[in-house]
Design a protein around this ligand. Structure first.
Ligand SMILES: Cc1cc2nc3c(=O)[nH]c(=O)nc-3n(C[C@H](O)[C@H](O)[C@H](O)COP(=O)(O)OP(=O)(O)OC[C@H]3O[C@@H](n4cnc5c(N)ncnc54)[C@H](O)[C@@H]3O)c2cc1C
Ligand SMILES: *[C@@H]1O[C@H](CO)[C@@H](O)[C@H](O)[C@H]1NC(C)=O
Ligand SMILES: *[C@@H]1O[C@H](CO)[C@@H](O)[C@H](O)[C@H]1NC(C)=O
Length: 346
């Protein structure tokens, strides 16, 4: 059995640890500089997420596979594992872009989709559909602590540590296999640096609107507007996808623009009282681990001293790290098994 070290304690590192452990790998350590429950920092993305279960895998076959595996798992949790905090939530998707691939993938992916008749669409919208999806009932930090409790129950060693290189990591743990779930973090690793990783800023507003029970998305050519209700009566509304702005401070003009857009999307948010009547709980800024070519799921062998170390990469999930988590973990398992498709236990 290989001795495995997973670098990164975000949603990808934690789910990967769980899936590997449940599928026969029994010597696993997961290590990261930042842990769930720590004070928030912009180097650690997972606690900032929405997090909704929407797919962006319109044309990417690998990502479609990954998202489908994850969705099956979230559905199973919604049906059978109340502690996981998943529930069904109806949704509406509008698109201002006539994107056939997005439309047909959406119909295939979600449950119970139905076309919204063209004459019922808001102005500027090319197509829209209703769907049923799953939704987290807990905030992202709470879901992460649920994952941590599973990691601990499964006997996976969970540690804190900061590493500059894979060689340092494999030496410290005498590991022969390193799984790289470092998100944005190890742009700084010295041995192999991925220069195509960049932080994509996302600003959101948490508002109180307990009467809202439907998630809504409106996709534009360069803006993406969304409303994600939570059972606690709050909604996360957003958003932005900003490649240039690196400021960790919420920008009031951006918040104003978000609130204007979400009000247009659903005026019921303030009972029709206008975009200045929001009950604001909090303003947030997070940075997503964007990667030019999308998710990196690859295996390679590195020479460290006179040892060969297997490195499996699992990073660059951008705006969909929660949705893609379980499926990506299964792909890591397949890479470790020599690229063979497996029926994984989740
Ligand atoms: C505002 C916002 C909204 C979002 N909404 C959604 C959503 O609705 N749905 C969805 O699916 N996704 C959403 N996301 C995206 C999602 O949050 C990310 O894709 C996901 O959290 C990435 O997780 P990760 O595990 O790859 O990285 P991270 O959570 O950043 O974890 C990285 C880990 O690696 C560790 N690490 C890195 N480098 C080193 C090192 N050198 N040494 C030691 N440790 C290291 C860090 O300390 C940390 O433990 C959103 C993101 C943002 C910002
Ligand atoms: C989908 O629709 C069917 C038929 O109306 C219904 O029985 C089922 O419960 C729906 N699924 C979900 C998850 O709502
Ligand atoms: C691990 O992933 C990061 C992206 O976060 C990348 O920059 C780095 O090169 C990877 N490490 C190795 C050893 O490949």
């Amino acid at each position: 059995m290989p001795k495995i070290v997973i670098l990164g304690c975000g949603v990808l590192g934690l789910t990967t640890a769980i899936v590997l452990r449940k599928n026969g790998f029994d010597d696993i350590t997961i290590v990261g500089e930042h842990h769930p429950g720590d004070e928030l920092t912009h180097e650690f993305t997972s606690p900032w997420a929405g997090a909704s279960i929407v797919t962006f895998a319109f044309e990417n076959k690998l990502l479609q596979d990954i998202d489908r595996i994850s969705f099956q798992e979230f559905k199973r949790e919604a049906d059978e594992v109340p502690e996981a905090g998943l529930m069904y939530c109806p949704g509406i998707h509008y698109s201002e872009v006539d994107d056939q691939a997005a439309e047909s993938w959406g119909h295939k992916f979600y449950l119970n989709t139905s076309e919204i008749p063209k004459d019922k669409l808001p102005q500027g919208v090319k197509f829209g559909y209703k769907f049923m999806s799953c939704e987290f009932t807990m905030s992202a930090p709470k879901y992460l602590s649920w994952l941590v409790s599973n990691v601990q129950k499964l006997g996976i060693t969970f540690e804190r540590g900061t590493f500059d290189s894979v060689s340092q990591l494999s030496e410290k743990y005498s590991a022969d296999t390193v799984i790289n779930c470092s998100g944005l973090g190890s742009q700084y690793l010295t041995d192999v640096q991925d220069k195509t990783i960049s932080a994509i800023r996302g600003q959101t507003v948490l508002i109180n609107a307990p009467h809202i029970k439907t998630q809504m998305y409106r996709e534009g050519p360069d803006v993406y507007t969304y409303i994600i209700p939570r059972p606690d009566g709050n909604c996360i509304v957003g958003g932005t996808l900003d490649y240039d702005n690196k400021s960790p401070e919420p920008n009031p003009d951006i918040s104003k623009d978000i609130l204007k857009r979400v009000y247009e999307l659903n005026p019921e948010l303030t009972h029709g009282k206008g975009p200045d009547a929001f009950n604001i709980v909090q303003h947030n800024v997070g940075f997503r681990p964007g990667r030019k070519d999308g998710v990196r799921l690859e295996k390679e062998t590195l020479g460290v001293g006179n040892k060969r170390i297997t490195v499996v990469h699992n990073y660059g999930h951008g705006a969909h790290g929660y949705l893609s988590s379980w499926g990506s973990a299964v792909k890591v398992l397949e890479l470790l098994r020599g690229g063979i498709q497996v029926k994984a236990k989740l």
